[in-house]
Design a binder for this molecule. Structure first.
Ligand code: BMA
Length: 333
């Protein structure tokens, strides 16, 4: 097995879900042959589970799932898995409390990101703050979930926390938006000394470039991975067609110490809706990555993405190959 020393600070994850790249595949991200791993009506209380985030925990896996219930409302469920493929989710939505342990439920929640930061597990999601904004919460035991103050005001989506402080500050990416199906959007960055007060906002990257796939809007994807080449960040890019939006994804390498600085950015998409479960469903033509777990030893990356706002799917990449591809097929604008 090829060893990689490219991922910094990560743990080995020998049980990462994995499939070798199929022979003849020319892509740097390839799909799991067993996709989708969660299909229509996966649990009694959810019609569709997609755009969800998972993490390794001890020898198993835990996840925070975007589950759209049968009343159409998006909410967040917690789940566990022994292998990262078959999940036991719910049966009920996460029961949020405030810092004093009193109920503090969310009215809706979607597109969670999930990460270990310092001594806790944090969840960032799109929350209702009299309009869509960024929600933040934490847990240490996956039983008590504490809702924290909203880091940013409406309207905003696609909040993504870095897995460590940079220059002594917590870093949050976000995508200021409108209250509907936003027809624009760039990625911004904010910093905080304590995960409560956020400021020093910076623009990171814009939609557009020569790739029409990211011409309408872009949004940060899973938690960035620290590598010897910089922060590896997957992001989604959206194009606007006669039939509506199409969500693909690409990747960017950000400077380690100045993470608002884009070093390399994919010109072409890395994955776009092609498979039946990506091009048909509740919202056709959506591939939306929310998690990337990795084995720091081998450099294997497993990417969890939502397909057509209906299913959860899995794809794979090898960190050295992916970084090399991004550097050789980059445009920065
Ligand atoms: C975005 C978010 C995503 C969704 C996408 C396509 O605005 O709501 O959750 O996957 O639209 O519907």
């Amino acid at each position: 097995m090829k060893k990689s020393k490219t991922i910094i600070g990560g743990e080995p994850l020998p049980n990462i879900p994995w499939e070798d790249k199929p022979k003849g595949c020319i892509d740097v991200i390839w799909r799991y042959s067993g996709n989708p791993i969660l299909d229509w009506n996966p649990i009694p209380k959810a019609a569709r589970i997609f755009n969800s985030a998972v993490l390794p925990y001890k020898d198993e896996f835990v996840g925070v799932f975007r589950a759209d219930q049968r009343n159409g409302r998006a909410t967040l469920f917690f789940g566990k898995s022994k292998d990262g493929l078959k999940w036991k989710i719910g049966p009920d939505p996460i029961d949020w409390v405030n810092e004093k342990g009193k109920p503090n439920q969310i009215s809706y929640g979607y597109d969670p990101r999930f990460l270990k930061l310092d001594d806790a597990y944090y969840i960032v999601w799109c929350d209702d703050m009299h309009g869509a904004s960024i929600g933040l919460g934490r847990t240490t035991d996956f039983k008590t979930f504490i809702r924290m103050p909203n880091p940013l005001m409406p309207f905003n989506r696609n909040g993504v926390l870095f897995p460590r402080k940079v220059n002594g500050k917590y870093i949050l990416l976000s995508r200021p938006s409108d209250s509907a199906h936003t027809p624009f959007g760039d990625i911004y960055m904010s910093e905080s000394p304590d995960l409560i007060y956020w400021g020093n906002h910076r623009h990171v990257m814009s939609r557009g470039g020569s790739g029409w796939w990211q011409g309408t809007k872009i949004g940060a994807g899973p938690t960035p991975i620290e590598t010897t080449e910089g922060w590896l960040l997957l992001y989604h890019g959206v194009s606007f067609t006669c039939n509506g939006f199409v969500y693909s994804f690409g990747a960017v390498i950000l400077d380690i110490d100045k993470p608002w600085k884009v070093l390399y950015r994919t010109r072409d998409y890395l994955l776009t809706p092609e498979k039946l479960y990506e091009v048909t469903g509740f919202v056709p033509n959506v591939t939306f990555p929310c998690a990337n777990i990795y084995d720091a030893e081998t450099g294997r990356i497993a990417i969890y993405y939502g397909a057509a706002d209906t299913c959860t799917a899995l794809a794979f990449a090898q960190v050295d190959e992916l970084l090399d591809y991004i550097k050789k097929n980059s445009e920065v604008f």
